[in-house]
Design a protein around this ligand. Structure first.
Ligand code: ADP
Ligand code: ZN
Ligand code: ZN
Length: 820
């Protein structure tokens, strides 16, 4: 009987597609295997087998699977279930989930660009086809699969490329290219290490007709300092030799063939290169022991526990103790952190205790590294503890015993764009439930939803109010800058008291953190005569001025513009900066405190893997006196010498048109404040605001989480927001504004017939055009009594009927469930 597979393609398709299996493949395929299939005009997609069966589809001509790539599933059954849940809950396709879940190296397709690894040396013989592909790439350096196939004439080239990827002879091209760390280094040495000068001269003579080889050998002698100490084992990195000699690897191969030089591999280890001495788990103090025991107890009754512990109470120490216990029971742990909180600080802390049992999964890692961890998790030698960001929920687990979600309130756990717009907290709880494993949410400032779930008994709640070693929480000094501005006492964005305290801290050789939640130099540029403001031509937003690059940038589409020297509207040359971004603050600080070493940490200064870590370690080592940053500086960093934290303008946080803005402002300010005065003395936070009367400000000052929560939960109930109501946003986008509006109105109209006044809008969002697409938004507020599954089915059916209409065929419709 003919066998068929239903596969998930990396495309937003609502259905699985069926392919047939050739006779010789039938035995080798199962759910979770990768297969290569043609689809549409494209020849190559890596698809995932979701089902194997014998039912020939009737409606269409079935194509054949071109290749089977694996001999074991790379997606496990529990993972596929998680994918299905995400697709259904977040109203997207399995293809969307597939794209987000898997590193690029495991899902190459026709357009994937393959890059040659210059440092590659084969440790086992390559097949003819592999060698052929490599030779082509060595010349061209990078090519997409389609062209590779064309140039090589090899059919079903994906299999060959996958072999080469496994051997790390080639890579997938990535945006962040500079972060590849090779696992082994190819090094070069003389075949005969007892060589003396005479014999060396003889070799040189023998190469007199091969000048390039001669020159390369000369370079080797020079780089290896062969003459300096005859007893040393002389060796040179092969990449260095090739690069510095200026000749190709082919020349080197000639020297190898002649048995003069040889290559060997020096393990430098990528994942566990540090040889740290393992240390014991710290002993918990009495408060921590109490919290620890309460968590364990709570797991007898509840699957999820919320640990609400003030900053520096030792939550991380409690996690470490829990992980230790779970490992002893032979199970795995997933420890989730927001992207920017996953720093060397925390990694090293865990590495010290768990050593090689700890794997780290970060989006700034190269794709090759992520593929390596993925593959390792499918073997017996898998990591027992994964410390990772949002996307690590997709890694293969076989025996999960505990999930820790640190900083559970962080909104970056929610993926915004593209689909799947999933929340890692919800997805992780689903994942855990598949393993009957427990979930610990930890934070100093719980999300209103989680705290509500804890108070109503859905989650267990454990509170830890004592800081480790009785450290005092910082004192928060409120500064009303509205009043000061009226009296003309402000120096730019700095109040006199902030300047005074910074100066005194610098004199005492203490450090300062300044927080401003806007990057760039000035959020708005304005003509002082006619009021002209530069706007993005693709989006309805004003442009941010970046002084360093002398550019105007759109923070929505990334488009950059030259900074005009005159106003294009009236010809005036005086263009004014309005508002303060981190770059401008940095400029001002340098002028006010010329003797201080100043650094800035925001999206613009931390684009590469190491830049962020470098700033942190410079700050830790005292090479920076004043650190200016966006919310990036608020996350999980533990500095010993920070005595002053300045929040320059709390109003930026309060004035977001969003039901979560006060909650978020509280969380952010409490977290930033927590950076002040950790080890030795009480810190001081200077909180500047024009809205001193807003309750959330005094709640921050009094560290009154409960007060904030009570206010917010009351508003949420009164205005129909989560956790009392569930929100789903429907986004409608199109190039033509008219079409967008009509489509949105039609959808809202239909939805209203089914769901009545639970439908709000369509509305024009604050930014109503991005990348030339006009946007309208419809909001669904659904009370908890209504079946969400039915609402979802209804939405999908409405969408189908809309795009069936000729007029709306090209309209993009998507959903954001539980928007942040
Ligand atoms: P949190 O995660 O709640 O912010 P941490 O776990 O980072 O707190 O603890 C704050 C600091 O106190 C860290 O430097 C940590 O090493 C130290 N600390 C906390 N508890 C202990 C303990 N039981 N033994 C040793 N050091 C501890
Ligand atoms: Zn003008
Ligand atoms: Zn733009």
């Amino acid at each position: 009987m003919k066998k068929y597979v239903d596969v998930i393609l990396p495309l937003p398709l609502s259905n699985l597609y069926t392919y047939s299996l050739a006779e010789e493949m039938q035995e080798d395929v199962d759910v979770g295997f990768r297969v290569v299939v043609p689809f549409g005009k494209k020849k190559y997609y890596t698809a995932i087998v979701a089902k194997v069966h014998y039912d020939k589809p009737q409606e269409y001509e079935v194509k054949e699977v071109s290749e089977v790539l694996d001999n074991h599933p790379i997606i496990l059954a529990d993972q596929l279930e998680l994918w299905r849940w995400i697709a259904s809950y977040y109203l997207c396709t399995l293809g969307d989930v597939y794209k987000a879940a898997i590193p690029s190296g495991l899902k190459i397709e026709s357009e994937t660009v393959i890059v040659y690894n210059k440092e590659f040396e084969a440790s086992s013989p390559l097949s003819d086809k592999e060698q052929k592909v490599l030779d082509i790439l060595e010349n061209d350096n990078e090519l997409c699969i389609n062209l590779l196939e064309k140039y090589s004439g090899i059919k079903n080239i994906l299999r060959i490329v996958n072999h080469l990827l496994d051997k790390e002879a080639v890579f997938i091209k990535e945006e962040l290219k500079n972060n590849y760390k090779p696992k082994v280094e190819a090094r070069v040495r003389l075949v005969d290490n007892t060589l003396d000068e005479d014999r060396l001269n003889a070799i040189f003579d023998s190469l007199s007709r091969a000048q390039k080889q001669q020159a390369m050998l000369m370079k080797f002698i020079e780089l290896s300092q062969w003459f300096s100490d005859k007893n040393l084992q002389k060796e040179v990195s092969k990449a260095e030799l090739i690069q510095k000699s200026g000749f190709s690897a082919a020349i080197f191969r000639e020297l190898e063939k002649k048995n003069i030089l040889e290559t060997y591999f020096h393990e430098i280890g990528r994942i566990s290169d540090s040889k740290i001495e393992l240390s014991e788990v710290n002993t918990l103090n009495d408060f921590q022991v109490y919290a620890y025991n309460s968590i364990i107890d709570s797991f007898n009754k509840r699957d999820v526990c919320l640990l609400h512990g003030v900053t520096s109470s030792g939550k991380t120490e409690i996690y470490i103790n829990l992980i230790h216990k779970v490992l002893q029971a032979g199970k795995q742990v997933l420890y989730l952190l927001p992207e920017i909180a996953l720093t060397t600080q925390i990694t090293e802390r865990l590495k010290k205790v768990f050593g090689d049992r700890l794997g780290i999964y970060h989006s700034k890692f190269s794709d090759a590294e992520r593929v390596e961890i993925w593959q390792k998790q499918l073997t017996e030698k898998q990591y027992d503890v994964i410390l990772g960001v949002r996307s690590s929920i997709f890694l293969p687990f076989t025996n999960l015993g505990l999930v820790i979600i640190d900083e559970e309130h962080e909104n970056s756990y929610k993926q915004q764009d593209p689909a799947p717009r999933y929340h890692a907290r919800s997805a992780a709880i689903m994942l855990a439930s598949r393993f009957q494993s427990k979930v610990l949410l930890g934070t100093a400032t719980p999300s209103v939803e989680s705290y509500y779930n804890a108070l109503t008994g859905k989650y267990a709640l454990v509170e830890l109010n004592e800081r480790y070693k009785d450290l005092e929480l910082p004192h928060i000094e409120l500064v009303d800058i509205k009043e000061l501005a009226r009296k003309k006492m402000m120096t730019g964005p700095f109040s006199p008291i902030l300047i005074k305290n910074i100066r005194e801290a610098l004199e005492r050789k203490e450090q300062v953190i300044l927080f401003q939640n806007r990057r760039g130099f000035a959020p708005i540029i304005e003509c002082s005569v006619c009021g002209w403001v530069p706007k993005c031509k693709n989006c309805d937003v004003s442009l941010t001025y970046h002084k360093n690059r002398s550019m105007l940038t759109c923070h929505y589409c990334g488009y950059t513009y030259q900074m005009p020297t005159v106003c294009p509207a009236c010809g005036n040359v005086d263009l004014k900066n309005r508002g303060y971004g981190t770059e401008r603050i940095e400029d001002d600080v340098e002028k006010l405190f010329p003797e201080a070493k100043v650094a800035r940490m925001d999206l613009d200064t931390t684009r590469t893997r190491n830049s962020y870590e470098n700033i942190i370690s410079d700050f830790e080592n005292g090479n920076i006196d004043i650190l200016i940053g966006t919310q990036m500086i608020s996350k999980g960093l533990d500095f010993d010498n920070v005595s002053i934290v300045g929040i320059l303008n709390a109003d930026n946080l309060l004035n977001y048109p969003d039901f979560r803005s006060y909650e978020r402002a509280f969380q952010l300010m409490a977290q930033v404040a927590g950076r002040a005065g950790r080890k030795y003395k009480r810190g001081l936070v200077i909180l500047q605001t024009k809205s001193a009367e807003v309750p959330v400000i005094s709640q921050v000052i009094n560290n009154d989480y409960q007060g904030m929560y009570n206010d917010q939960i009351e508003e949420r109930e009164a205005f129909k927001y989560p956790p009392f109501y569930k929100l789903i946003c429907v986004y409608v986008k199109h190039r033509n504004e008219d079409v967008t509006v009509r489509a949105a109105e039609t959808i809202a109209g239909i939805l209203r017939t089914g769901l009545g006044n639970r439908i709000l809008g369509p509305d024009k969002p604050a930014v109503a055009r991005v990348q030339n697409l006009f946007i309208r938004k419809i909001l669904l507020k659904i009370d908890n009594r209504i079946s969400i599954a039915k609402v979802r089915d209804y939405l999908v059916s409405v969408q189908k009927s809309i795009v069936a209409d000729e007029a709306f065929r090209s309209v993009t419709i998507y959903y954001d469930v539980d928007p942040m």
